[in-house]
Ligand binder design. Structure first.
Ligand SMILES: [Zn+2]
Ligand SMILES: [Zn+2]
Length: 319
């Protein structure tokens, strides 16, 4: 009797542990989703381990307006947008220095609290020399043109070391991307325990960029997909397939994304490894009926069978 009871207890405990492992993943709250034109909806995504309220902000094109929407939609704890900005965003990852990825960070800096900015050295150089200067704004950082207000501290990323994201239960590893070669953008591989989510800043396809940055990224990601540890990918598709390649300016089209995902798929050891993998399409340029065309073209060419997701500002996604 005691043995049976112990067996039942052990079974329940192991099921519970399995359940916890399967549940441990991520919440992503899009603060801005588009690649241009509408300044109230530019690339920015909050990420935290599911159930936690300490977020890293992945790019910061639109911050405050997106937070307002998330708060109104009750996607985030708290009813005061300014307090959420100050307390729940623990740091910023900036993929590259283009305005549509940094405007929200700069504009909100007077009201923000002290926190780190994570970026490649080349991206920090842009922030330090072009934006957080006394001619264009005020220097809220710990480097560059004096006087230094020292609210933000630059944390330099490299392609080798994983770093802790301060104030959160997550780690980050950076990968370089090509965004009009030789200009760099960045991907962030976010880890919480044994689970991962991948965010890519603006990127072109390797063939068009004459680069191997995505190939190198995929080589690092494929084993995580084989082990079912990668919960999702956020990646851009800026233009429909009709955009001429000489006018892509370091961006992807549906066809180029699917070609790249096919390269990734072939690196995986499992057959159909990408099937049903959540892929969030970011940075669509909202011109005429571009978005409908992009969605149709992605659906038609989705040979890897990924789960295509179109993010909405202020609406949380679960991974
Ligand atoms: Zn952009
Ligand atoms: Zn860009």
């Amino acid at each position: 009797m005691i043995l049976i009871r112990r067996w039942v207890l052990l079974t329940v405990l192991s099921l519970h542990a399995h359940f916890l492992l399967a549940q441990t993943a991520f919440t992503v709250i899009p603060l801005g989703t588009k690649g241009g034109s509408d300044e109230s909806n530019l690339s920015a995504y909050l990420v935290a381990p599911k159930g936690q309220q300490n977020f890293l902000c992945l790019d910061a094109g639109t911050v405050y307006y997106g937070l307002q929407k998330a708060v109104a939609n009750k996607q985030i704890a708290g009813s005061n947008t300014a307090a959420v900005l100050k307390n729940n965003i623990k740091g910023y990852f900036i993929s590259h220095g283009h305005l549509d990825h940094v405007a929200g960070l700069i504009i909100n800096s007077p009201e923000d609290t002290a926190k780190p900015i994570y970026a490649l050295p080349e991206v920090i150089k842009v922030l330090r020399e072009k934006y957080f200067t006394w001619d264009s704004w005020a220097n809220f950082t710990n480097e560059g043109e004096p006087p230094l207000l020292k609210k933000y501290s630059y944390k330099r990323l490299d392609s080798i070391n994983e770093i802790d994201i301060e104030g959160t239960d997550m780690q980050l590893k950076a990968f370089e991307l090509s965004h009009v070669n030789p200009q760099k953008s960045t991907a962030a591989l976010i880890r919480h325990k044994e689970q991962y989510i991948l965010y890519l800043g603006d990127t072109g396809a390797d063939r068009v960029e004459q680069s191997d940055k995505l190939y190198q990224l995929w080589q690092n990601i494929a084993p995580l997909i084989d082990q079912r540890k990668l919960k999702g990918i956020l990646i851009e598709v800026s233009f429909p397939d009709s955009q001429p390649e000489n006018l892509l300016f370091g961006h992807l089209t549906p066809q180029l994304l699917m070609q790249e995902l096919t390269v990734l798929s072939k690196m995986c050891k499992r057959n159909n490894a990408l099937k049903d993998l959540p892929v969030v399409i970011t940075h669509m340029k909202p011109k005429s009926n571009n978005e409908q065309v992009i969605k149709k073209e992605l659906q038609q060419q989705n040979k890897p069978g990924v789960k295509l997701i179109y993010p909405q500002q202020g609406k949380a996604l679960q991974f």
